[in-house]
Design a protein around this ligand. Structure first.
Ligand SMILES: [Zn+2]
Length: 99
């Protein structure tokens, strides 16, 4: 698998922003798995969180928010995420039977 598209399975947990339950973590910035303090983005709503030592979501600290604000990699990830969600939405609308 590409170093940009590997993933780690975790216990199911809910996004702190929207409640969407996730059980996998995709890594896009390198080959190692997620670690405490790494940033996570909800695929559903784009909420940005960090991992605890046991890979649970926690809110960002003020310093973490300041340090990632405007990060070009995160901006690129957010744009890609938004495109994927839009494509999923359009696919769902296309698959609905006409009313
Ligand atoms: Zn979310």
């Amino acid at each position: 698998m590409s170093k940009y598209l590997s993933e780690t399975t975790t216990i199911p947990q809910a996004c702190l922003g929207c409640g969407y339950v996730m059980d996998r973590i995709g890594h896009v910035m390198g080959g190692r798995g997620p670690q405490a303090g790494d940033i996570s983005i909800c695929i559903k709503c784009g909420h940005i969180m960090a991992f605890t030592v046991d890979l649970k979501f926690r809110p960002l600290t003020d310093n973490e928010m300041l340090s990632i604000a405007g990060n070009p990699e995160l901006v690129k990830i957010q744009k890609t995420r938004a495109t994927v969600m839009l494509m999923e939405k359009l696919k769902l609308e296309k698959s609905k039977p006409p009313e």
